[in-house]
Write a protein that binds this ligand. Structure first.
Ligand SMILES: Nc1ncnc2c1ncn2[C@@H]1O[C@H](COP(=O)(O)OP(=O)(O)OP(=O)(O)O)[C@@H](O)[C@H]1O
Ligand SMILES: [Mg+2]
Length: 384
């Protein structure tokens, strides 16, 4: 009698090489949010296997948790990895839709309404398909601060989550089944604030007792149940509570952000920017805090480092090929910049350092400086 072949034991957790690459890319860009990265990687794998429900969006995520902890950054990182451009997404700021007539900006107005032709709907099929590529036929659609959405926007969201379609003002149907939908909300984030206020403090990686993330996470989810309707919550595939960030994560984020600034300055102007440990400490103290997360860091780097370097170049104090050192002023009240050229004598003749306390000085900027200062985005598109 023929014996049946042996059963092979399988590992459902194993990732495809593509999913592994995605996971590594997300982990390298978004610090301290492993559970969120895992959830995203799993959904990506389900989508790639072709097992996602064809009659609904590929997946929908509710991203919760404190401000400045990487919720929006996570979606940007995904866009970078899929399309080489962190802005390759459609983003709806729900706070901008506090009146129901404003919904026309998303779906257009019915024919006959005044101006229906001059407001092309943001959620048109053309816009939704804009960033899709052959390798990644997917759209990232982000609804920020959904708790601020008005009733009309809620109805629209419910329809999208349920059926993956949307009817425009012109009665045209838009297909959203190739969308990954992200919704962010700070609902319940005050539970994190209470932890910061607790006498034990809240610094992951520091000596204080570790916060009970599971408990805070439960409280946040409980808060969402009080604010959002069950019809809505039941349509969401994953609810993810982002971790509050601590000293260890802030340090890694500073290195990342400094890396982006260095890369940008080097690429455009061949200037090598270095920060001393004291400058790093100063930037961390000024640019991060448990309540606002890492959000202030980017602006601080821009105003205190990037604009300053731009001005130094504009005024001819720094030239191509220079190395620029960022240090802390002796009195600790600001940063100081020193330059060194390939020939040290040239650097010496330019004198010591220029002290920079704030942003640009307001003087007319050199064209190169202007282009640097104008770019709000510290990361050049497509570079990582
Ligand atoms: N976990 C993180 N990893 C890397 N960078 C981060 C992280 N969290 C925050 N940052 C930095 O802070 C900036 C702001 O973060 P982000 O926009 O993701 O905040 P958010 O969680 O969406 O906050 P909000 O709820 O206020 O919208 C990012 O652009 C990035 O520079
Ligand atoms: Mg955000």
């Amino acid at each position: 009698m023929a014996r049946s072949p042996r059963w092979r034991e399988l590992d459902p957790q194993k990732l495809s090489p593509e999913a592994r690459r995605l996971k590594e890319g997300l982990l390298a860009r978004v610090i301290g949010q492993e559970p969120a990265v895992d959830a995203l990687t799993t959904i990506h794998q389900i989508w790639r296997s072709g097992l996602a429900d064809p009659n609904r969006p590929i997946a929908s995520f509710l991203l919760l948790g404190p401000t400045g902890t990487g919720k929006t950054r996570m979606v940007e990182a995904l866009a970078e990895l899929l399309f080489n451009d962190r802005r390759a997404m459609l983003k709806v700021d729900c706070a901008e839709f506090s009146h129901s007539h404003e919904i026309a900006r998303l779906i257009g107005s019915p024919p006959g309404y005044l101006g229906h032709r001059d407001t092309p709907p943001y959620l048109s099929q053309e816009n939704l398909d804009r960033h899709q590529t052959r390798e990644n036929p997917v759209t990232l659609l982000l609804f920020d601060e959904i708790e601020k959405a008005n009733d009309a926007l809620w109805m629209l969201l419910l329809g999208i989550l349920d059926k993956g379609t949307l009817t425009l003002g012109t009665n045209e149907q838009v297909d959203l089944t190739r969308c990954l939908i992200f919704m962010t909300s700070n609902v319940g984030a005050d539970h994190f604030d209470r932890m910061h206020d607790s006498p034990l403090g809240f610094q992951r990686g520091a000596a204080a007792a570790p916060p009970d993330m599971a408990q805070v996470s439960d409280s946040v989810l409980e808060a969402t149940r009080r604010i959002f309707s069950p019809e809505f919550l039941n349509r969401i595939d994953r609810r993810i509570v982002f971790n509050s960030l601590g000293a260890v994560e802030f340090k890694r984020i500073l290195e990342l952000e400094l890396g982006y600034v260095r890369q940008r300055v080097r690429k455009r102007l061949d200037v090598d920017l270095k920060a001393t440990p004291a400058a790093r400490k100063w930037l961390l103290e000024k640019g991060t805090n448990p309540r606002y997360g890492a959000r202030p860091l980017r602006g601080l780097l821009e105003s205190e480092v990037l604009f300053a370097v731009a001005n130094l170049i504009g005024s001819g104090q720094v030239v191509e090929g220079d190395a620029v050192q960022v240090d802390v002023r002796r009195d600790g009240g600001g940063l100081v910049f020193r330059a060194q050229h390939a020939s040290l004598a040239a650097a010496a003749s330019r004198g010591g350092g220029a002290t920079v306390g704030g942003g640009p000085t307001g003087s007319a900027l050199h064209p190169v400086v202007e282009s640097l200062a104008a770019g709000r985005d510290l990361l050049p598109a497509g570079s990582h």
